[in-house]
Design a protein around this ligand. Structure first.
Ligand code: G3P
Ligand code: CA
Length: 320
């Protein structure tokens, strides 16, 4: 990605987003979160409203804006490597169809090797572009599909340079123990322990239970989050029961049953509540949406526009 020389005003915007992150954190402990700490801003697929989703460029921009966590959706390649990719197929977000013939009738991540996937370019979706004003990525291949190890290396370097801890929020996109175990193995080999800023998430309750068992066997203790598109379905699963194997729930803010009382019930069961996805494709919608949910006590927000979520967190925390 070329370095872009930009009008000063846009560079100032990035700098002020960064400052806003720490200001908001300082004040946001007035919000009714489960642990009384400021709610988290989680960069959903990176700063995916601005740069192609699940790229090192997108994760780095999110961190520079002040996001607390970056969220890689993870899948295994044919040769067993963990790469960041939301869809099971490579087709929507990369140029795979222009470079390779279909395999088994499509372009599943699991049918391609890491070397082949590394040769692909990511295509921006929605409001994302291939560059962001005033931002030059610091990695050599900012717009290709990254491995979990590459994401961790980036995060560790940005932590060292910025003197703050940056959270990782990996999602096991393929159910089953193989992918889950590989996530734990890579995190552990990279020096992460249970006290680090890590949440592991899955839509599949069996995967979360298997993560609970396997990380206990490995001496790890990462926080686990069960995802669901509907707060009502989580209620039907029994929040107390979920709290037996997970520390939190990730819930669609547009699904049935999302409300202040759902958050209060989850908190009463000891579960943290993270909502997804704010300002989906419409950044202007983000601030009121985030403010409303943070005032209800939501503990974290998955945001495609981390700067918008940080601004909203500062507003929600401001004294009235
Ligand atoms: O993981 C929370 C949220 O990202 C779930 O939605 O489909 O973007 O992975 P999705
Ligand atoms: Ca996700």
């Amino acid at each position: 990605m070329p370095s872009i020389s930009l009008p000063r005003i846009r560079q100032a915007a990035l700098a002020s987003a960064l400052a806003l992150g720490s200001l908001a954190s300082a004040a946001a402990d007035r919000l009714p979160t489960l642990d009384g700490k400021p709610p988290l801003v989680i960069a959903h697929r990176g700063a995916s409203g601005y740069l192609p989703e699940h790229t090192l460029a997108g994760y780095e921009l999110a961190v520079r804006m002040g996001a607390d966590y970056v969220e890689p959706d993870l899948q295994l390649t044919r040769d067993g490597q963990l790469v960041a990719m939301h869809d099971l197929s490579l087709e929507r977000t990369t140029d795979v169809a222009a470079k390779f013939a279909a395999r088994n009738g499509g372009y599943l991540v699991s049918d391609f090797s890491l070397e082949e996937i590394r040769s692909l370019s990511m295509r921006p979706q929605g409001t994302a572009q291939t560059s962001y004003p005033g931002f030059t990525p610091s990695t050599p291949h900012p717009l290709r599909v990254p491995t979990l190890e590459e994401i961790i290396a980036l995060v560790r370097r940005l932590e060292a340079n910025g003197s703050r801890a940056i959270g990782l929020y990996p999602e096991a996109k393929q159910p089953g123990p193989r992918l889950a175990t590989q996530i734990l193995t890579v995190l552990s080999a990279s020096g992460y322990v249970g006290t680090d800023k890590v949440f592991i998430q899955s839509f599949d309750a069996d995967t979360i239970r298997s993560l609970q068992r396997r990380q206990a066997a490995m001496g790890l203790n990462f926080k686990l989050v069960l995802l669901n598109g509907s707060a009502n379905r989580l209620l039907a699963m029994d929040l107390q029961r979920i709290a037996g194997y997970a520390q939190g729930v990730g819930v669609s803010i547009r699904g049935e049953g999302m409300s202040r009382s759902f958050i209060e019930m989850a908190h009463a069961a000891g579960l943290t509540v993270h909502g997804y996805t704010f300002a989906e494709g419409r950044p202007a919608q983000g601030e009121p949406e985030v403010r409303k949910h943070l005032n209800w006590g939501m503990d974290g927000v998955f945001a495609n526009y981390p700067d918008v979520a940080l601004r909203a967190r500062a507003q929600a925390a401001a004294p009235r």
